[in-house]
Ligand binder design. Sequence first.
Ligand code: APR
Length: 250
Amino acid sequence: MQSALASQVPAELRERFNAARNVLVLTGAGVSAESGVPTFRGGGNSAVWKGMPFDEISSARMVERDLPAVWEWFDYRRGILQEIAPNAAHVAIARWQHKFSGFSLVTQNVDGLHQKAGSREVIEVHGSIWRARCIACHERVGIPEHGSRPLDCNNCGDRLRPDVVLFGEMLPEGAFELAADKASECELCLVVGTSALVYPAASLPEIARAGGAYLCEVNPERTPLSDFCDVVLTGKAGELLPLLEDGPRL
Ligand code: APR
């Protein structure tokens, strides 16, 4: 007897998934929700810091005006992430990198939970909370999970800022272009846990579709992308993604 959840996965999707050679997965904050990372929108969450709305403290303007305050906010977020583990969705996606001859993982998340689950070559279109970048020479440096973060640039001595795309900023050079290339080539595109509101990342499913890909959305809520998809799985990524793999699950 198939579980109610497993019956949510149409046979056609399961067949295409298990027969696919080239797959692209695009993730958003929702894939980390079951790990306890608050999303930015969906589910009534509105992230604020010391009375400042999320898109103010996480903005290019704030880096110019008060870089220490921006670091305080990112130090706080890294502090929370240290105690957080990847969930079944991250783990399933990490497994898939070995399942398909062509596999690309593009994330809007900066939390590093995909890598913590074992995913390699993650295309981080919004940067990473575990890196800093020099304001002057743009040299990048890793921030250790445990221990203090570097304060100044080893290369030129200028100040470091979080290597995360902040509101009012362009995406890191090359990341989106690489993701768009992969999207245009894939035959199956899974869009997991994103409100599909923030561009240019939200254009990737459209690029995949234009390239002939079969489009599947996984989200407990409908998004502007839902009507555009071949199939929509309504529910939590951690519960649904493991069900895609071969063989019905009881
Ligand atoms: N499984 C799957 N999806 C989920 C889950 C879950 N367990 N829980 C919530 N969601 C969905 C929500 O319904 C919502 O549609 O995840 C989505 C999260 O949307 P946002 O908070 O808007 O996050 P995201 O789409 O990643 O935001 C894009 O906006 O704020 C900027 O830079 C930030 O990368 C971020 C970008």
